[in-house]
Design a binder for this molecule. Structure first.
Ligand SMILES: Nc1ncnc2c1ncn2[C@@H]1O[C@H](COP(=O)(O)OP(=O)(O)OP(=O)(O)O)[C@@H](O)[C@H]1O
Length: 472
């Protein structure tokens, strides 16, 4: 048996003073003296703990008592002036080193006040051997509409315990959403508390890069305020979303990001619009190949892409592991507006098999030799999409059911904060994506392209006038 049992966490002490009045009679003066002493002790503790407030106030009080009100007013006005000039002249450094640290201390105080009931009601307080042990609130950091709270877990807890309680915590702390991610140390986690919603405003189309950077194509905005970029090299992209979720904005944001390459001849976009051309026909001049009604032509196009892919593979084998697009050998981006129309709903079985076989080969072998697929899907059920695992990059827009989230992203993604089924219909283009190396899904919004934007893009960057299935 161990000499001492050690359990990490903040232990909640039992009542500090137990009065048993029938047994021990305490004179009133003694009780009053004890309460006064305890009050003074608490004040002293609060004074030291909140030094960032108490020390400036003490300094100002001293100034007033020693020198009078004029030096006091001058000091306050001087500090206010310096802060205002700083805030207006260099806002990022003012936020980073001036305002956010102060806000973080205020928030830390606010969270501490409700920490115990919040942990208890979210069932994150652990009772062990008659003791109640709470996770420890270690540090708070603030950013644009977001608070990051570092928490040390109680022994035996895992980040998933907090992920399961995320909705309760969001309501308790009065924030829009709480996301949970493992911390730097194995015994810590980071709670990201999202307050405002930076994605309610429509994102305007991104500037077109003159030469596309295929490792960071700009597509929209992330909820942490940073630009959303796509690393197209080495990947295939699946986009899933209910009707009117904004799949078109993912397609057009991607086409816009590569259109500099289309004009230069470094990129060829092959577009498949099985819904009769309603979505993609407007941008025809941007596409090297286009098909909308003719399913045999679509199967031919996919098989042609497989042929190109095989030739490139044979040429590059042993020389490089990543194809670099050139004018002679451009990057081929195959865009399919409704994948299920080709893989599930097609009635001609032979044709369906041809399409499925070609797609399977392209998805599994195309990315290293510059043949990429961006496929959209309304219904992400497994039987509709047998190729799900061949898409390393997945975008989940608004979905109709919570179960669909883990089908599109990864298992456990919804518990880690990808609430695609709760994206309101009023926010088309909002999605969750898994960024490289991050277990927590990121909420993003793709840029919105009105018809006029697409026509202008096609007029400026389009190279070809096309007919069904081939370049004219
Ligand atoms: N990023 C966006 N920002 C703002 N509005 C958007 C955005 N994307 C789409 N919309 C609007 O939402 C509506 C539906 O968009 P879109 O056609 O792209 O959806 P979809 O998912 O392709 O629908 P469907 O499955 O029916 O083809 C459009 O009318 C468009 O105006």
């Amino acid at each position: 048996m161990p000499f001492v049992n050690v359990i990490r966490g903040q232990e909640i002490p039992e009542a500090p003073l137990n009065l048993r009045t029938p047994v021990v009679r305490i004179p009133l003066w003694m009780a009053l003296a004890w309460w006064c002493l305890r009050g003074v002790g608490r004040l002293l503790r609060a004074y030291l703990r909140y030094w960032w407030v108490t020390l400036p106030i003490t300094g100002l009080a001293w100034l007033y008592l020693e020198r009078g009100w004029l030096p006091l007013a001058t000091t306050v006005a001087g500090v206010g002036l310096v802060a205002t000039v700083w805030a207006f002249s260099h806002r990022p450094s003012w936020l980073r080193f001036g305002w956010w640290p102060v806000k973080a201390q205020i928030r830390r105080w606010q969270y501490r006040r409700v920490w115990h009931p919040a942990m208890a009601t979210a069932r994150l307080a652990v009772t062990w051997d008659t003791h109640t042990v709470l996770p420890v609130l270690r540090r708070v950091r603030c950013g644009h509409g977001v608070d990051r709270v570092i928490v040390r877990m109680v022994s035996g807890q895992t980040p998933d315990d907090f992920a399961l309680a995320a909705v309760r915590l969001a309501h308790t702390f009065g924030v829009r959403q709480v996301k949970v991610a493992p911390g730097r140390r194995p015994d810590t986690i980071t709670l990201t508390l999202l307050r405002g919603d930076p994605l309610t405003a429509i994102v305007t189309p991104m500037p077109v890069p003159y030469v596309p950077d295929f490792t960071a194509l700009p597509l929209g905005r992330r909820e942490d305020g940073r630009p959303l970029t796509l690393k197209l090299f080495g990947t295939q992209v699946l986009v899933a979303g209910a009707t009117d979720a904004g799949k078109g904005s993912v397609i057009w944001s991607t086409v816009r990001a590569v259109s500099g390459g289309i004009r230069a001849g470094l990129v060829e976009v092959w577009a498949f619009d099985p819904k009769g051309g309603m979505e993609l026909a407007i941008g025809r001049p941007l596409f090297a190949r286009f098909a909308c009604d003719d399913y045999p032509a679509m199967a031919d196009m996919l098989e042609e892409a497989v042929g190109t892919m095989r030739r490139r593979t044979a040429r590059l084998r042993g020389k490089t592991r990543q194809h670099i697009p050139t004018v002679d050998e451009p990057l081929i981006l195959i865009i399919i507006d409704e994948l299920a129309a080709l893989t599930a709903y097609l009635t001609d079985r032979q044709l369906k098999e041809r399409i499925k076989n070609a797609l399977g080969v392209l998805l599994s072998q195309g990315r290293a030799v510059g043949v990429h697929v961006l496929a959209c899907l309304q219904d992400p059920r497994k039987e509709i999409l047998p190729f799900r695992n061949l898409f390393p990059t997945r975008v989940a827009l608004r979905l109709t059911e919570d179960k669909e989230v883990d089908l599109v992203l990864n298992d456990g993604s919804r518990d880690r904060g990808a609430l695609c089924d709760q994206i309101p219909k009023s926010l088309p283009g909002v999605a969750y994506v898994l960024l490289d190396g991050e277990p927590t899904p990121m909420r993003v919004r793709f840029a919105y392209h009105a018809d006029a934007d697409i026509r202008a893009l096609a007029a400026e960057y389009g190279r070809l006038r096309l007919t069904e299935g081939s370049a004219a």
